[in-house]
Each structure stands twice: as structure tokens, then as C-alpha cells.
Design a binder for this molecule. Structure first.
Ligand code: SF4
Length: 364
């Protein structure tokens, strides 16, 4: 059962947290300007992503698209290409769609109305609450992974954090704890507390501004919370990633317009049940599926790449081909032969960026 909020003094709690944040907040580029656009851009990037990972991408984006008008005029391929490596690519597509809607329907300003905000592509409860509270000081409490952890510890929440009803209860208690006077700073403060003090493995309770309110600290059971059941197991797949070489050029193909990694470019894939496939079989599959003749020259070490629901094992295979004719696209949208130098504007997803790096190191 969830504990009740009345057990703590709300005003004292808010003051302790806000004072700490005022003195200790990290200097981040989106905090430098009092404008909604940097907040919007950073909050989309920070969905399921830590500040350190998002930071270089934010810097690249703000340089290339310094305002909503510039972003709204970008093409999807340009945005995906800049986003490549950050993962959860639907965010990049939705960012662009939302930028265009904001320019055409909302006079290039993020809407203040939460119902309108929630209708924008890629804007869920978390992002809407973060943007509206930070930009317009509206009282919507954010609950992200950090806040779930902090709340679970503060209130020694005894229920499984994966359950919907537990998440709803934490949202309710966060709504009640929120400062109505300074909701933007309060939200940033509670997320920051989770990110830098109330960390997953080593909570720094000695420096914690709300230690006196914390049930887990009182019981010395910080690491027991949040209570979390095991994650559902992922589907396991093996891909043979074919680095097909013709002189200085490599074959790249564009993924379908929907589904996992939609519209990204990659090396052609053979999805096979077994990992140890003989070279002759790979060559005949290559001919059957893509209509290309080639000879396997090297197989690299396998490596794994995790997606939210898939555990993918990649087997890199280098193939030499003497002709550039690809007969069948095999569900891909397009193909092109290019050198690695010509790839800069092409969106390539993370796993295949790793393959490119591996291949470049090999050739040096
Ligand atoms: S006292 Fe420790 S466990 Fe409790 S909120 Fe602070 S950092 Fe987290």
C-alpha cells in the first residue's frame, strides 16, 4: 500500500529541495536561455536518455537548427542523420512533425494548453509536464525514471514500480508534493536530485537535501527501492551484416518507412537462424535474396546490440563483389553504393555505425 503524503511537511520539503537546486544545479546549455525552444529540444532528447548522452546531440542540433523555423524546414533524412547514435529514433521523427505543427498551427510557440500539448507527436505526459512547467511555470508534476526512484525511496514504496497502479500512485503523490509557486524549478530539482544524488547504485545520502524526509534512509534500506520485478525477456535475433565491397564503394540499403529503425540506412542484412553459416551458403543466399554475386573474404567477431524488445547479435561479413548491380531490394526501400566519406548526410543507426568503425579499424 502506498504511504500517505501527510507524513511529511510539504513546504519544508519543497524549500529544502529548491534551495539545494538553486546552489547546486548543473550548468547545462538549455538552461542558459529563457526561451521555450531549447527546453523543448532538450526534453525530447532526454526522454529515456541521460544528460551526458544527450548533450553532444543537443549541441549539434541547436547549432544546425537554432530555432523552430529552421527545424521545421529540415527533411526527415537530415534530422535522422543528426540523431543517428542517440537511439529511440521515433523521437527524431516526432520532433520534426511537432516542429512543423508548432510553426503552422501555433504561431511558432509551444502551446500553453496541456490538452493541445499532448496532441503533438511525441509529447506524452512527461514531456508536456516538463515543458509547460519549465517554460510557463504551470503546475504539472514530472515523473521520469529518476523521480520514480526518488519517490520510491522517500516513501519506501512497497509495490512493484513496473505496475501501472504503482506508477499512478507515484504520479499522484508527485502532484501533491509539487510546488505551485515554482513548479518549473521544483520539477528540475527533483529530476536533478535523482540524477546526481539519489543515484541507482550509490545514493549520496550524506549530501541529500531531503534526507530527513526519507523513509528508506531511516531504515537504511536505500538500495531496496524502487522495488522492480524482472524485465520481460527480449526476442533474440541473429543478423549477418554484409559489408559488400566494390573497389572503394560499399553497398548501403534504406530500411522500410515503418517499423524498427524506419528509413535508416544500413549494410544489407541476412537474417538466419544459425550463427555459424558456411561461406558458400552466405554467398548463395546473397545471390538469391539480393541478386548479387560476391565472395566472402572475412567474418568478424559477433557483437550484440540491445533494442527495447530485441536482443540482436550481429555477425559482420565482408564480401568482395565485382559488379554493382543489385537485382532485388528484399523489403528495403532503396540502395546506393558509396564511400564512407560520402555517408555524412546519410542516417545510419548505431549498430551499423559500430560496424563501419570496426571495418575502418581493420583497414588501417
Ligand atoms: S536520503 Fe538517500 S535514498 Fe533518500 S532521497 Fe536522499 S539520496 Fe535518496
Amino acid at each position: 500500500m502506498m504511504p500517505k503524503l501527510k507524513s511529511i511537511d510539504k513546504i519544508q520539503f519543497q524549500n529544502s529541495l529548491l534551495n539545494w537546486f538553486k546552489k547546486n544545479k548543473r550548468s547545462l546549455p538549455w538552461r542558459e536561455q529563457a526561451h521555450w525552444y531549447p527546453v523543448f529540444l532538450s526534453e525530447i532528447m532526454l526522454q529515456q536518455t541521460q544528460v551526458d548522452q544527450a548533450l553532444p546531440y543537443y549541441v549539434k542540433f541547436i547549432k544546425r537548427y537554432p530555432n523552430i523555423h529552421a527545424l521545421s524546414k529540415a527533411t526527415e533524412q537530415e534530422v535522422l542523420s543528426l540523431w543517428a547514435g542517440l537511439g529511440y529514433y521515433s523521437r527524431a521523427r516526432n520532433l520534426l512533425k511537432t516542429a512543423r505543427i508548432i510553426v503552422t498551427d501555433y504561431q511558432a510557440k509551444f502551446p500553453r494548453d496541456i490538452k493541445q500539448a499532448l496532441m503533438l507527436p511525441g509529447i506524452g505526459k512527461y514531456s508536456a509536464s516538463a515543458i509547460l512547467s519549465i517554460v510557463y511555470n504551470l503546475p504539472y508534476a514530472v515523473v521520469d525514471g529518476n523521480v520514480y526512484r526518488v519517490m520510491s525511496r522517500l516513501f519506501a514504496v512497497p509495490d512493484d514500480i513496473r505496475l501501472n497502479k504503482t506508477q499512478k500512485s507515484i504520479q499522484k503523490i508527485s502532484d501533491q508534493l509539487l510546488s505551485n509557486i515554482d513548479p518549473g524549478n521544483y520539477n528540475e530539482a527533483i529530476m536533478e536530485l535523482g540524477a546526481v544524488i539519489c543515484k541507482k547504485q550509490n545514493p549520496d545520502c550524506i549530501k541529500c537535501p531531503v534526507q530527513t524526509f526519507c523513509e528508506a534512509f531511516k531504515k537504511n534500506e536505500q538500495l531496496r527501492y524502487p522495488i522492480k520485478s524482472a524485465a520481460p525477456s527480449k526476442r533474440k535475433i541473429t543478423h549477418h551484416a554484409l559489408i559488400i565491397v566494390n573497389k572503394e564503394a560499399y553497398l548501403f540499403v534504406q530500411r522500410p518507412a515503418s517499423g524498427l529503425l524506419a528509413s535508416f540506412w544500413e549494410f544489407p542484412i541476412l537474417e538466419m537462424k544459425k550463427k555459424d553459416i558456411k561461406d558458400e551458403l552466405l554467398e548463395s543466399e546473397l545471390k538469391k535474396i539480393y541478386g548479387i554475386e560476391g565472395k566472402v573474404t572475412l567474418k568478424g567477431d559477433v557483437f550484440r546490440h540491445q533494442y527495447s524488445h530485441i536482443d540482436l547479435t550481429y555477425q559482420p561479413v565482408i564480401i568482395k563483389s565485382n559488379n554493382k548491380k543489385i537485382k532485388y531490394l528484399n523489403n528495403y526501400r532503396a540502395s546506393k553504393w558509396c564511400t564512407f566519406e560520402e555517408l555524412n548526410e546519410l542516417p545510419i543507426h548505431n549498430a551499423h555505425l559500430k560496424l563501419i568503425e570496426w571495418f575502418k579499424n581493420l583497414s588501417q
